[in-house]
Design a protein around this ligand. Structure first.
Ligand SMILES: [Ca+2]
Ligand SMILES: [Ca+2]
Length: 244
């Protein structure tokens, strides 16, 4: 009798294991390592590199949080390269600015109409292209009139970088070639393979442009642990010695 009970328990265990195996479908994210309810601390190998080049300046938000700001406002043209801990879906929001006098839309002491340009590549394969949304918020000089320069501004919505911001009325970004943007040396020293230069419809006159893009899952298909809730979980590590 005892033997039968043990056998039944064993079969029960087997079928539970079978159910768990069925529940974990191929392609599912792997469960976080460590005990249930706990999470292994993220390592640098969990991060991805973000490379960003803007003519002339940008700020980058990911999932509503500020991740990177171009440290050089005008020239020389530089690449910002930072480590990111990605979570998906990933909402990317960028403010990009050409260097332009806010009153005239021109640069170099109001003598020249400058051009813009923005390109980004993340280590998970996320790249800029015409699937991104774009909208210009400052344009000038209107009609390229440099004698009587005039700028048209649209107020920037307060929550333009929020995950739930409604960008459904925005148009698509326009792609520009490397020749059109003419990036400077630091661009060629970083990985932008597969990424396209983008801007709104007028790369000369549009001087402040917002971009938005949602990455639903890692483009490289690599499964990644979701660490977005890290602050609310005790990491799975040896208990600390009590203080005496
Ligand atoms: Ca310009
Ligand atoms: Ca420029």
């Amino acid at each position: 009798m005892k033997c039968k009970l043990l056998a039944a328990a064993f079969v029960g265990l087997l079928s539970t294991a079978g159910l768990m195996a069925v529940a974990q479908k191929p392609g599912d994210r792997p469960p976080p390592p460590g005990a249930p309810g706990k999470l292994k601390k993220p390592q640098m190998s969990d991060t991805i590199k973000a490379n960003i080049y803007a003519d002339n300046w940008f700020m980058l938000y990911v999932n509503g949080e500020l991740v990177a700001v171009d440290s050089i406002k005008f020239i020389p043209h530089n690449v910002i390269s930072v480590d990111m801990l990605p979570t998906y879906p990933m909402t990317i929001a960028v403010m990009a600015k050409d260097n332009a006098d806010p009153q005239t839309g021109m640069e170099y002491a109001n003598t020249n109409i400058g051009d813009g340009g923005f390109i980004l590549k993340f280590g998970d394969g996320t790249v800029t292209n015409a699937s991104w949304k774009a909208k210009a918020f400052s344009t000038g000089p209107i009609n390229r009139d440099t004698k009587n320069p005039r700028v048209e501004n649209t107020p920037i919505p307060e929550n333009w970088f929020a995950v739930d911001f409604d960008d459904s009325s925005w148009g698509k970004a326009k792609e520009y070639t490397e020749d059109e943007v003419n990036p400077k040396q630091p661009y060629f020293e970083h990985d932008f393979k597969g990424a396209k230069f983008i801007w709104s419809n007028d790369i000369d006159l549009d001087n402040t442009v917002l971009f938005r893009h949602v990455v639903k899952s890692p483009p490289d298909g690599k499964p990644r642990v979701n660490y977005s809730n890290l602050n609310n979980i005790v990491p799975d590590s040896p208990p600390k010695k009590p203080k005496k």
